[in-house]
Design a protein around this ligand. Structure first.
Ligand SMILES: [Mg+2]
Length: 250
């Protein structure tokens, strides 16, 4: 992405025309407010009913695209089981089944020990073990941020893995697909193929999704405060996203 491609968008998107689009939705900060700890996000009936109705109206052309693990996404959505790109695209679930990027989990053993020892220092630190990646959360221990970031960056360099920064989280993940690759991969298969992709998200990693959606004839919707982005439209918060997604169903 070059700086020339980035614009600070302000306009909200028009109401969705569900007949020809495919929806790619980030979870945290998009469909759920950012919580102090990742496990503080739980089942919310309005969200799950909305997703269920959208999946029906879109003939299945809806995917959740998140950095969370598949099990965690299923815990939060409870009784609705959409197509999912989990752990930043390292795990994909379609109607055909679950495909996981090949990673030797033993590679993470040392990093698990190092991060566990670091997190034991402060009750505000939390290591989220996604089996094929490790996320160090420091939202409740903001003073630890510089050291947390340095530690995960160092482990990434040592392993030849990637350091993935997030919102008050530093993650160690194997090299592999990003959220844009998930969009391209799903758009090449039924029931997504031929639709117009719309990607909605709030994270820096969602910029890859915005770019992929635009390249495939669709567009991105950034959620949150104004920032330079590849998205074409902006919604100000989670409530605005839910209202916008509910409008074409009413
Ligand atoms: Mg997010």
């Amino acid at each position: 992405m070059s700086a020339a491609d980035l614009v600070s968008v302000v306009e909200p998107p028009a109401p969705l025309a569900l007949g020809r689009i495919a929806l790619f939705l980030d979870l945290d900060g998009t469909l759920a407010p950012i919580a102090p700890r990742p496990d503080a996000v739980g089942y919310e009936p309005r969200r799950s009913r909305l997703l269920e109705r959208l999946i029906g109206a879109l003939d299945g052309r809806l995917a959740i695209v998140s950095g969370r693990s598949l099990a965690d996404i299923d815990r939060i959505l409870a009784d609705v089981h959409p197509v999912v790109s989990a752990v930043h695209g390292l795990v994909i679930r379609t109607a055909e089944g679950v495909a996981t990027s090949t990673v030797d989990p033993r590679q993470l053993d040392r990093a698990r020990q190092v991060l566990g020892a670091f997190a034991a220092r402060d009750p505000g630190l939390l290591v989220e073990d996604k089996e094929i990646s490790l996320a160090l959360h420091y939202r409740l221990a903001p003073a630890c941020e510089p050291e947390a970031v340095r530690l995960v960056e160092g482990l990434a360099a040592e392993l030849g893995w990637e350091f993935q920064p997030g919102r008050a989280v530093a993650e160690l993940r194997p090299p592999g697909p990003d959220k844009g690759d998930s969009v391209r991969r799903l758009m090449a298969t039924a029931p997504f193929a031929g639709a117009v992709p719309v990607f909605v998200g709030d994270d820096i990693t969602d910029e890859d999704g915005f770019r992929a959606a635009a390249e495939l004839g669709g567009f991105g919707v950034v959620v949150g405060a104004r920032r330079d982005t590849l998205a074409s439209y902006r919604l100000k918060d989670v409530a605005a996203v839910l209202d916008w997604l509910e409008r074409p169903l009413s």
